[in-house]
Design a protein around this ligand. Structure first.
Ligand code: SF4
Ligand code: SF4
Length: 510
């Protein structure tokens, strides 16, 4: 067991409503007759109590994006924990898994984190989410991730005290996951907090500054919840989408007594203690094993929840009227050229784009009716001469060129694995190189320290000659050339110059 002060994350459970009812859910979703939504005052207290907590405050549920006041809560969290807004999901994302891996799952000094199953609530709050969270732990559960049985208590299984205490004190969940705050107080362990909610317990510690500095010898009464929990035991695991919970017959009675809807629906598998043999199972030893079982697949291409839903076509003369009449529900394509507008739709419908941004492609502008930058317009406050993009701050205007729209560029595959903080040198200033340069500038993960091309004299500033490679002030060279053979020749030459092979990467086209 460890003190919450030593944890990477302390969670705030803002609701236990969820679109799923996964097997062996850590929040026991599906078992509650009456779900909760944390009130604003409690949330403020929770965030304030963690002001000095130096690492990540997580917002979790259930599915937290379903909280009716979600954006107001995020604003409070952001102001309390961040010096400035985050800027994720600005450029179109063609490969979500890569983006999760290379962007949302990074940042070692994160102060905020979101746990979401990427349902429609995520799309609804897309802009604000991507201004608030350093890290996002996304899992749509359309995968083979495993959830370990949590409701097979040790006494039901006949595990004696001496063995039990050792197992409990080594619990993988408490040592690799989080403490939490629920509407009923603060808890040393997130699953203990969820059990208190499920079985109508006495609640947790007062939510006050410094509660999280308690050490294991101060956990006291809260350890009673471990007696109902099997996270630290060798018990069955089940694919989350199976939706049935693994329970003992005694737990079945306990859940029946609280009128669990999941029990009423028959969504359980009872394990007879007489048949329980510890050696038949291998309990998890670290939290990441849940998703490792799904080979880190957190979302599938079939999950269209966060892709554009609808495109309403209009022109530069009519677009304000379209907004004021409220006929468009999602994205609006503004163009006076039907061919270009259709081409844009063909591309944007298959990438993930941020409803808070304005996308510019040739003479086409794409904006979303929910963009906060267009609030003035939604309220009928119109700048007569302004075009759509003029309502947006420059950092929210994203230019996409014709090559990208027509061919796609799997940018993330090419930069996958480059550690944060690396210094990058781009080789090549053709179309690929320009696109690469523009995209990399949009990220603060890496520093572009140079850009070189053999024809630098024709191209002019900021392109430098290839002699620049000799300075060796970069960590990686990104060769922005499509042809594999040419890439191979260039790579060989660089290796001869003493650059390590694993530091030379190619822009990769689909
Ligand atoms: S998505 Fe998460 S919170 Fe929702 S039921 Fe599944 S495990 Fe529980
Ligand atoms: S046994 Fe359960 S309640 Fe106790 S620390 Fe482990 S996860 Fe938390």
């Amino acid at each position: 067991m460890r003190s919450p002060a030593d944890m990477t994350v302390i969670q705030i459970d803002i609701t236990n409503v969820c679109v799923h009812s996964c097997s062996n859910c850590t929040r026991f979703c599906g078992h509650h007759q009456q779900p909760f939504f944390m009130d604003y005052q409690t949330f403020q207290k929770a965030v304030d109590s963690l002001k000095d907590f130096p690492r990540m405050v997580g917002i979790i549920g259930g599915e937290p994006t379903l909280h009716p006041d979600f954006e107001r809560y995020l604003e409070y969290l952001r102001k309390s924990r961040l010096a400035e807004k985050i800027a994720t999901f600005r450029y179109p994302v063609e490969d979500m898994l890569h983006y999760i891996k290379t962007r949302l799952d990074q940042s070692h000094d994160a102060k905020t984190g979101l746990w979401s199953c990427l349902n429609a609530g995520y799309y609804k709050h897309f802009e604000v989410i991507n201004e608030t969270f350093h890290r996002q732990f996304l899992n749509d559960h359309d995968n083979t991730c495993l959830h370990q049985a949590l409701l097979m208590p040790r006494k039901d299984l006949g595990i004696p005290d001496d063995i039990w205490v050792k197992k409990r004190d080594a619990c993988f969940a408490q040592s690799s996951w989080s403490a939490t705050i629920t509407p009923k107080g603060a808890f040393f362990c997130e699953i203990a907090g969820a059990l208190d909610m499920l079985f109508h317990g006495p609640g947790g510690w007062e939510i006050e500054p410094g509660w999280w500095k308690r050490t294991p010898d101060e956990f006291g009464e809260q350890l009673q919840w471990c007696e109902l929990c099997s996270a630290c035991l060798d018990v069955p695991q089940r694919i989350s989408s199976d939706e049935r919970d693994d329970i003992t017959p005694q737990m079945y009675e306990r859940l029946k007594k609280i009128h669990s809807p999941k029990i009423a629906k028959g969504m359980y598998v009872i394990h007879e203690p007489a048949n329980y043999r510890e050696e038949d199972y291998q309990g998890f030893t670290r939290g990441s094993q849940y998703i490792e079982a799904a080979n880190h697949k957190r979302t599938s291409k079939d999950n269209r929840n966060i892709y554009p839903k609808e495109f309403f076509h209009t022109n530069f003369q009519e677009w304000k009227k379209v907004f004021l009449q409220g006929v468009a529900k999602d994205w609006v394509i503004i163009s006076n050229n039907d061919e270009e507008a259709n081409e844009a739709e063909g591309y944007f419908k298959n990438v993930i784009i941020n409803p808070g941004c304005c996308y510019a492609y040739g003479n086409v502008i794409l904006v979303n009716v929910r963009a906060s930058s267009l609030e003035m317009l939604a309220k009928g406050i119109i700048q007569d001469n302004w075009e759509a993009w003029q309502y947006f701050p420059p950092e929210k205007i994203v230019y996409v060129d014709a090559y990208q729209v027509r061919h796609g560029l799997n940018f993330y595959e090419c930069i996958d694995g480059i550690p944060d903080g690396s210094r990058l040198l781009i080789y090549g200033a053709g179309k690929n190189g320009k696109e690469m340069y523009a995209r990399l500038l949009a990220y603060d993960n890496w520093e572009v320290c140079g850009w070189v091309d053999q024809n630098n004299q024709k191209l002019g500033y900021p392109i430098q000659g290839v002699d620049r490679l000799e300075r060796r002030d970069f960590d990686y060279v990104l060769i922005a050339i499509q042809d594999r053979e040419t890439f191979g020749i260039l790579k060989d030459k660089m290796i001869q110059r003493g650059i390590a092979a694993d530091r030379i990467m190619q822009v990769f086209r689909k």
